[in-house]
Design a protein around this ligand. Sequence first.
Ligand code: KG4
Ligand code: ZN
Length: 329
Amino acid sequence: MTRVLGIETSCDETGVAIVEDGRRIAAQRIASQAAVHAEFGGVVPEIASRKHTECISQLAAAVLAEAGPGVDAVAATIGPGLMGSLLVGVSFAKALAYAWDVPFIPVHHIEGHIFSTFLTGAAPEFPFLALVVSGGHTSLIWCPERHVYDVLGRTRDDAVGESFDKVAKLLRLGYPGGPEIERAADQGDPNAIAFPRGLINDPSLDFSYSGLKTAVLYRLRGEGGAVADIAASFQAAAVDILVIKTQRAIEQTRAARLVVAGGVAANTLLRTRLETELAIPVHMPPRALCIDNGAMIAAAGHSRLERGLVGRLTASARSSLPLAATLDA
Ligand code: KG4
Ligand code: ZN
């Protein structure tokens, strides 16, 4: 059995987990800072890194106490993300790897999200198409084999999760916006307002979400409407774009299976529509593993360890990092 400790600190969740053989979570802890950032309506980078520093040792101690000693490698998110936040996790992971004399494995945050689907149920077989939807990313990625990525389309402006967060702020709902919009939308009419579906007639697999956010702003400044109806109509448009572009990507790639991951993959409307409207099997992690966590980083790290894709202790955090970048320097 191989055990990998995974550490995630790219944004406002401190995630630490030990995963066995890349599949079984032996122990995990996630400390969310959402409540701290909520009063500012978004993540404050300086506060985020301080909070990671405050809790990371305790989380690691708790995970080790629960799972027992013995770790074969330490994996951490190396990028992309908030620099100060990334540095906390990367430095902590490198120190542990050095002290325990085990490999340090840098993991790209998006790769971590993709590997979250390996932690429960049947692991997706390669090749597959991946839809990664989070606060920082909206991407359709062709995954022909492990650790090889071809980004087919991405957002040209806001990420879909970012648009949920910004629209929630406009509607004076809480932070993070995704779950708040979802809750408000439950009571609303998704057909009340015809919001624009950005780039839907563009043949590319790229996304655009800033026009949708602006349309909500203009609606609020103009005609207005019930918060529930605006939330439901916004959510319907945001999800529609994802479903339509994913369908197009499946046709183009002839993909036999789809992997969906990232914070927005927790959205019930998105999950239901993908599960019922696509002709191919869909692999989605349970909601709890959609948001940032250490287990997904450990799962990706395990796969890298098996293939000898380990890093050096000189590897440093990178706030922006292409998915196909080499991670060992
Ligand atoms: O993956 P994640 O935890 O962090 C990033 O890598 O960004 O994703 C966080 C994003 C936030 O924008 C949040 O509003 C969104 O995921 N989110 C949701 C839901 N839960 C979280 N969006 C829509 N519906 C949800 N239920
Ligand atoms: Zn994420």
